[in-house]
Ligand binder design. Structure first.
Ligand code: PMP
Ligand code: GLN
Length: 389
């Protein structure tokens, strides 16, 4: 017998528990190697922990300014200038957030109005569409297709209407491991030229790009810089997903609106961690080493699966590897991901979770996502098990 004395009308009627939570829970229940939810299973730098402790003991334990601790905003400005050659004003154009998720939510809430349309590219990260729908706006979906998973710009162009308020993009891309080329940003700039469309660019994997590629950031692009909210996350870059600290970069007019929402969602973020991250950022090698670090893991994982019946799709960024199981089974991907967790002890994420209407045929169907942000021993054991499937 329900205790609440009236029907509860859900604001998000189709939303359940996220696939990442579901698969991590199943992995724990079965003692499986957890290559599902995206998080490293190795420790972050002890030097970073020492910095947090230092700032806590020094008394930095009260509220930081709403937009973020000034040393961290200044460090982020230096990082953007060093990596993208672009100047962001720490006073007006940079805000520290409780992870990228909150930055994305605040940007959508601040900038998207009821009745607006927001273009997303499917497969799409799970938090985008709920954020759009909570604003009373509509998500309009274009498809990314393998093997490169770059947008079909003619298709995107057909979706633009006078109601289009935002385009949400993500490169390097979760779950596909695809990365955009400079031409993609040029195409987006051309598409949005002369409009009031805002670009929300989720760049949480900015430092995880492979084979000598350059990360193509909206922050680097001379035109897109002025219409983009660029989102980053320390979780991915410094192996601390549980700390939930990220940031947003945006031109002053957009950032002013962003902060109106941010200040009433979290107001501000954990002070000693912000100060520690600011100091840790002083050595760029700490993020510049990430491509080589993760490329080694990618290569180890791919080599371990080369003789398996999985077909590996190209992976040019992120710490996710997609594998097609077309040669193995015609089960739905969710059923297979669950079965592999139970029976062989390796958890993955079914890619159908990233679609409103998952493809049933063709190369986009029958894909599992494996996270290779794991120790070499874990990756080798997972490969041994997967090779037997
Ligand atoms: N965007 C993408 C594409 C992600 O993969 C993730 C997390 N894995 C996030 C946003 C959220 O990042 P955070 O944990 O900093 O909220
Ligand atoms: N973004 C992570 C992934 O793709 C999961 C984060 C979460 O659990 N919300 O696996």
């Amino acid at each position: 017998m329900p205790r609440f004395p009236a029907p509860v009308t859900s604001r998000l009627p189709t939303v359940g528990t996220t696939i990442f939570t579901v698969m991590s829970r199943l992995a724990a229940e079965h003692g499986a190697l957890n290559l599902s939810q995206g998080f490293p299973d190795f420790p972050a730098s002890p030097a970073l922990f020492d910095l947090v402790a230092k700032h806590m003991h020094a008394g930095a334990n009260q509220y930081a300014p709403m937009a973020g601790a000034p040393p961290l905003r200044e460090a982020l400005a230096r990082k953007a200038e060093a990596t993208f050659g672009t100047r962001y004003d720490p006073e007006h154009e940079i805000t520290v957030t409780a992870g990228a998720t909150q930055a994305i939510h605040a940007a959508v809430t601040a900038l998207v109005r009821p009745g607006d349309e927001v273009i997303v590219l499917e497969p799409v990260y799970d938090s985008y569409v709920p954020a759009i729908e909570l604003c009373g706006a509509t998500a309009v979906r274009a498809r990314l297709r393998p093997p490169a998973w770059r947008p079909d710009w003619a298709e995107v162009r057909r979706l633009v209407t006078p109601r289009t308020r935002m385009v949400m993009i993500n490169s390097p891309h979760n779950p596909t491991g695809g990365t955009w080329a400079a031409e993609d940003l040029d195409a987006l700039a051309e598409l949005t030229r002369g409009t009031g469309i805002v670009v929300l660019s989720d760049e949480v994997y900015e430092h995880i790009v492979f084979d000598g590629r350059r990360h193509e950031s909206c922050a680097r692009h001379p035109e897109l810089r002025d219409r983009s909210v660029v989102v980053g996350s320390f979780g991915k870059t410094f192996h601390v997903t549980g700390w939930k600290v990220g940031w947003a970069l945006a031109p002053r007019e957009l950032m002013a609106e962003f902060r109106k929402v941010h200040q009433f969602v979290v107001f501000t973020v954990n002070t000693p961690v912000q100060l520690a991250l600011a100091e840790f950022l002083a050595e760029p090698a700490r993020y510049l080493e990430l491509p080589a670090f993760y490329q080694r893991k990618r290569d180890l994982f791919r080599a371990g699966l080369a003789a398996s019946r999985f077909e590996l799709l190209p992976c040019s960024g992120t710490y996710f590897q997609l594998a097609s199981y077309q040669a193995i089974s015609d089960e739905p991907d969710t059923a297979l991901a669950e079965r592999l967790t139970r029976e062989i002890g390796v958890a993955s994420v079914p890619v159908s979770a990233f679609y409103a209407a998952p493809p049933e045929q063709g190369p986009e169907a029958r894909l599992l996502r494996f996270c290779f942000a794991k120790g070499e021993e874990t990756l080798s054991r997972a490969c041994e098990r997967l090779a037997k499937v």
